[in-house]
Design a binder for this molecule. Structure first.
Ligand SMILES: Nc1ncnc2c1ncn2[C@@H]1O[C@H](COP(=O)(O)OP(=O)(O)OP(=O)(O)O)[C@@H](O)[C@H]1O
Length: 351
C-alpha cells in the first residue's frame, strides 16, 4: 500500500470551477473520509486520483511517484488502485468467486484458497462463493466488490459512497465489515461520503470539502470538537448556536454564563454547544427556564426540542430512559465549555 498526496489540484468543467487548489495527504495504511454536501467536488477528486480524468493544475502522487500533473498522466489501469463504486458493479454473469478472482493476477485466478481468504477478509462465508450476485443482499454485494478491489493488493482503495444504497441496519453492519477488512489488509483507503456519522465512525482522518475547497482535515474527534467554522460544525453534527457577549473570558448567552473552550477577546460572538452538552432539571432550578416543544425518540437516546420564553428554539440530546414530555417546563444546565466563533461566521443550519 502507498501514501497518497494531492497538491494544489484544480479542476473546472467549462467555466465552472469544481475543485480549487485542493491539498490532501493520506498516510500509508490509513483511512480518510472525504466528506461534503452534494456537488462539492468529492467524486471529481476521487476520479482525478483514480486516473479517470486529469487535473487542470496540481499533482497527484502515489507512494511518492507522480501519477498526474506536471505534464504526466499515468493511465488508470497502471495506478494499481482498487475502486468500490456505489452499487458494487459486480459482473452479473460471474459467480461470487468469479468476481473476486477477476481482481487477482491471472496465475492466481484458479486458486480457490486465495478467493476464500479474500471472502473471509471481508467477513463473508466462503460457502457463498458459487452464488450469483443477484442471490446476495446489497451489503454482501458491497463486500464482494471490496474483496475484488483488494484482490490484486492495490496501492490504494477508493470507495465512492459504497453504502448509500443499503438500508439502515445493513449499512451499519457493512460499514463495520468494510472498515475491519481495510484495517486487516493494511489498506490505504479514501471513502467519499456525505454522511457525517459514516465519516466520523470509520475514518482515521476526515477531509471536509466545501464548494471545491478543502476546509478542514482532522481526526474525527478534533473535527467534531474543534470545527474550523460554524458551517463545518453544523455539517458534522447537531449543534446549538447562540449569540453571546464575551466578558473576561466568559460568554453571556441565553443559556446562561458559559465557560469557553478557547480564549477569545471581549465582545459579541457566536458560540457552539452540542445538544449532548445540555441536561434538563425540574422547573425553578438554577439555569434558564425552557418549555419542551416535542421529543423525537430514537430508543437509545432522544432529541428533546425546547424553547426559551424569548421564543429561541434549540434541542438537547438525552439518554432515552427518563425523558420529559411535550409541554413540560424545565431548567437547562450546560455541561462543559462552548466554542466561540466570530459573530459574522454563518451557521448553515439553525440550532
Ligand atoms: N463531467 C462533468 N461535466 C460537467 N460538470 C460536472 C462533471 N462532473 C461533475 N460536474 C459538476 O461538478 C460539481 C461537483 O460534482 P461532484 O460529482 O464531484 O460532486 P459530489 O460532491 O461528488 O456530489 P454528490 O455527493 O452529489 O455525488 C457538480 O456541480 C457537478 O455538476
Amino acid at each position: 500500500m502507498s501514501s497518497l498526496t494531492v497538491a494544489g489540484v484544480t479542476k473546472s468543467y467549462g467555466p465552472t470551477p469544481v475543485l480549487t487548489g485542493v491539498d490532501l495527504h493520506v498516510p500509508e495504511g490509513s483511512f480518510t473520509a472525504l466528506l461534503g454536501p452534494s456537488g462539492c467536488g468529492k467524486t471529481t477528486l476521487l476520479r482525478l486520483v483514480a486516473g479517470f480524468d486529469d487535473p487542470d493544475r496540481g499533482t497527484v502522487e502515489l507512494g511518492g511517484r507522480m501519477v498526474a500533473g506536471a505534464g504526466r498522466s499515468v493511465p488508470a489501469r497502471r495506478r494499481h488502485i482498487g475502486f468500490v463504486p456505489q452499487e458494487g458493479g459486480l459482473f452479473p454473469h460471474l459467480s461470487v468467486a468469479g468476481n473476486v478472482a477477476f481482481g487477482l493476477p491471472r496465475r492466481q485466478r484458479r486458486d480457490a484458497g486465495r478467493v476464500a481468504a479474500l471472502l473471509e477478509l471481508v467477513g463473508l462465508d466462503p460457502a457463498l462463493a458459487e452464488r450469483s450476485p443477484h442471490q446476495l443482499s446489497g451489503g454482501q454485494q458491497q463486500r464482494v466488490a471490496l474483496a475484488r478491489a483488494l484482490a490484486p493488493a492495490p496501492s490504494l482503495v477508493l470507495l465512492d459512497e459504497p453504502f448509500s444504497s443499503l438500508d439502515a441496519s445493513l449499512r451499519e453492519e457493512t460499514r463495520q465489515a468494510v472498515a475491519d477488512a481495510l484495517g486487516a489488509a493494511g489498506a490505504t483507503a479514501v471513502l467519499v461520503t456525505h454522511d457525517q456519522a459514516e465519516a466520523l465512525s470509520m475514518a482515521d482522518q476526515v477531509a471536509v470539502l466545501r464548494g471545491g475547497t478543502l476546509v478542514q482535515l482532522a481526526d474525527p474527534r478534533t473535527l467534531y470538537r474543534s470545527p474550523q467554522d460554524l458551517d463545518v460544525a453544523t455539517f458534522v453534527g447537531e449543534s446549538v448556536v447562540l449569540d453571546a457577549d464575551v466578558r473576561a473570558g466568559r460568554a453571556y448567552s441565553p443559556l446562561g454564563v458559559l465557560q469557553l473552550e478557547r480564549t477569545c477577546p471581549d465582545g459579541p460572538v457566536r458560540v457552539l454547544l452540542r445538544p449532548e452538552q445540555l441536561r434538563l432539571g425540574p422547573p425553578g432550578g438554577a439555569g434558564p427556564n425552557a418549555r419542551v416543544r416535542g421529543v423525537d425518540f430514537f430508543g437509545h437516546d432522544a432529541r428533546v426540542r425546547l424553547e426559551l420564553s424569548s421564543g429561541m428554539a434549540f434541542s438537547a440530546r438525552l439518554e432515552g430512559w427518563d425523558l420529559p414530555a411535550a409541554g413540560d417546563d424545565v431548567t437547562v444546565v450546560v455541561l462543559g465549555a462552548a466554542l466561540p466563533f466570530p459573530r459574522d461566521d454563518v451557521a448553515r443550519v439553525p440550532a
